[in-house]
Design a protein around this ligand. Structure first.
Ligand code: HAS
Ligand code: CU
Length: 557
């Protein structure tokens, strides 16, 4: 324990640091814009959930003429715009605080404008019924060009944030020669480096294949190549959604529960694994023709490998929670769990998010198991899985973060605290019922992406119950979202000015960043990027070499 004491360290410079007015403005706008996108999206989600309960209200919402317009709007707004906006704002802030220097405010502004324009360009054709291609936009389904252009702008907005982070890091390095990168900044920057590498697939699909095709500059589309490029990004985007939540779980949660993070290096290794193990997208294509078994088997193993950093995370965070719970007087094997500060919605939302992520991760590993995938693919099992991950681990974490972050950024006290305390529990109850419905229905063959309320064949036995649970759970989740928006909205307009401005809640580590020794290699970011590209070359290289040039033969649909 003396060694442990000697190495105890905080994850950033402990001295106070103020966000500049420019940084604060664009970060706050980004966070609020993300929640606004979520608000639009969850109305669609509500209708989508009711569909499975046999209630068809697709055309109830403004601009919606069919089931697929609503499903596209739900996916694009919630999976892209909401997550991009939150990550952009949240991780800019964590990088700035971590390095103790503001990011370039002009870049933050530019990024925000790109995301705003991207949302408008992609959103208008969706609501006009000209881009009902779902958030996976598989050709030969074709959308209006503005949709592809909007998606491109949204992705560029994330690259701008990454550039702002890297500029700040290089300036920091000049002033801190030979020092370890503070963990708080390290995890935030690595998230974006992972995403820079990962976004190249869908970005090139969008810019070089789909956008020119939608402008009639190409003779046709190449569905196979497009899907491969899409899923190259499409798996890793889930970590671009998830890692901002991990940043909060590693950096803030230990502090919020009165615990400590066990090991700095273990946290860095988890993030490195996300950067290196990029090429797993083929696990979304186990059932696709035209892709050799080499690729499918390679990603089978790589996918199990990339589940591993989440297991490391489960260990680190559970231990941090246990330390906190024991410090609060918790005894026995699980006694610490009840002693966590449950009355703080910033904590309860995020711990419930973690608990939902346990079955979320397990269902992911089931999907990844090739032969299990033949059962679950294209069934509601898959949305069951991703509402426990994206819809819970990520979204519920952002709710929890917002409960302290909005007061931090606006200087206003949270209002409706009683409501805020209940809100995460209601959402959690909703997701458990919803996911039980979708997962059990999926195992019974209930198809995803299907207007089940208006099918002209008899549902299979078991679908009715599964669908009813989906509808009930979805409704409860929707109500919980509305409660969240009410708390945030009234905090913005009615919140009393805070008396004291606290710092961001960042934690201490037991085993801090070693100033010398093997751990130094963890901060050599370019090594990990290089390793990542080598692995990508091994998995995707043969496919591209044998497939290219694109076979632009499919007419649009
Ligand atoms: Fe996934 C499909 C495999 C993670 C999202 N996934 C999807 C789709 C989405 C999605 C949106 O291999 C659908 C795409 C579409 O539209 O077609 N997924 C995985 C695997 C993981 C995984 C192996 N997915 C995620 C995350 C997502 C996400 C994260 C969003 C954020 N997924 C797949 C596969 C498919 C798929 C196939 C294709 C299916 C098909 O056929 O279409 C892994 O990364 C999961 C690892 C996670 C864990 C859990 C660790 C637990 C933690 C919590 C600890 C708890 C604590 C609390 C501390 C191993 C960290 C403790 C307290 C106590 C008292 C207990
Ligand atoms: Cu995946």
């Amino acid at each position: 324990s003396t060694i442990v004491q000697a190495q105890t360290q905080v994850v950033t410079d402990p001295k106070g640091f103020q966000l500049s007015p420019g940084n604060r403005r664009w970060i706050l706008l980004s966070i609020l814009f993300g929640f606004a996108a979520l608000a639009f999206g969850v109305f669609q989600g509500f209708v989508q959930g009711l569909n499975y309960a046999g209630i068809s209200l697709f055309t109830m919402l403004p601009g919606m003429k069919t089931y697929y317009e609503g499903l596209t709007a739900h996916g694009v707004l919630n999976a892209f715009i909401f997550t991009f906006a939150e990550a952009n704002g949240w991780l800019s802030m964590m990088t700035a605080r971590g390095l103790g220097r503001n990011l370039n405010s002009k870049l933050l502004a530019l990024s925000f404008i790109f995301l705003l324009l991207g949302t408008i360009f992609a959103g208008i054709p969706i609501f006009a019924g000209k881009a009902s291609v779902l958030y996976t936009f598989y050709p030969p389904l074709r959308a209006h060009w503005a949709f592809y252009f909007g998606i491109a702008l949204a992705v560029v907005s994330t690259w701008i944030i990454s550039a702002a982070q890297l500029l700040a890091l290089s300036a920091w390095r000049k002033e801190h020669k030979g020092e370890r990168i503070p963990l708080m900044a390290y995890v935030s920057i690595m998230t974006y480096i992972m995403w820079d590498i990962s976004s190249l697939g869908a970005a090139s699909e969008d810019l070089f294949l789909l956008l020119p095709w939608s402008l009639n500059l190409l003779p046709g589309s190449d569905p196979l190549l497009s899907r491969v490029l899409f899923w190259y990004t499409g798996h890793q985007i889930v970590y671009y959604w998830l890692l901002p939540a991990y940043v909060s779980w590693y950096i803030c949660i230990p502090r919020l529960v009165g615990g400590k993070l066990f090991s700095d290096s273990l946290a860095r290794i988890a993030f490195i694994m996300f950067v290196v193990l990029v090429p797993v997208g083929f696990h979304h294509q186990y059932t696709d023709p035209g892709i050799g078994n080499y690729y499918k088997i390679a990603v089978l193993f790589l996918t199990f490998a990339i589940a591993f950093p989440s297991l490391l995370t489960a260990f680190s965070i559970m231990y941090a929670l246990e330390i906190g719970g024991r410090a609060n007087g918790g005894k026995g094997i699980l006694g610490w769990f009840w002693k966590l500060p449950w009355s703080n919605p910033a904590v309860s939302a995020q711990v419930l998010a973690m608990i939902a992520f346990l079955p979320g991760g397990i269902t992911g590993i089931m999907n990844a198991s090739y032969n299990m995938n033949l059962l679950t693919h294209n069934t509601t099992f898959v949305p069951g899985h991703f509402h426990l991950t994206l819809g819970s681990a990520v979204t519920l974490s952002y709710f929890g973060i917002a409960y302290w972050l909005i007061p931090y950024l606006t200087g206003k006290e949270l209002v409706l605290k009683g409501l805020a305390r209940w809100q995460p529990w209601i959402y959690f109850l909703g997701i458990l019922i919803f996911a039980r419905g979708e997962i059990s229905g999926g195992i019974l063959g209930m198809p995803r992406r299907t207007a089940i309320a208006i099918i002209n064949y008899e549902p299979l036995p078991g679908w009715k119950l599964a669908g009813a649970l989906t509808g009930i759970g979805g409704t409860i989740m929707f109500i919980a979202c509305v409660l969240f928006f009410l708390v945030i909205f009234f905090t913005l307009i009615l919140g009393k000015p805070k008396e004291t401005q606290e710092d961001i809640p960042f934690c201490e580590t037991y085993l801090g960043a070693a100033p010398s020794g093997w751990q130094l290699i963890l901060d050599k970011l370019s090594y990990w990027v290089l390793l990542s590209f080598i692995l990508i070359g091994l998995v995707y290289g043969p496919f591209l070499l044998t497939h290219l040039p694109p076979k632009l033969t499919s007419p649009p649909f």
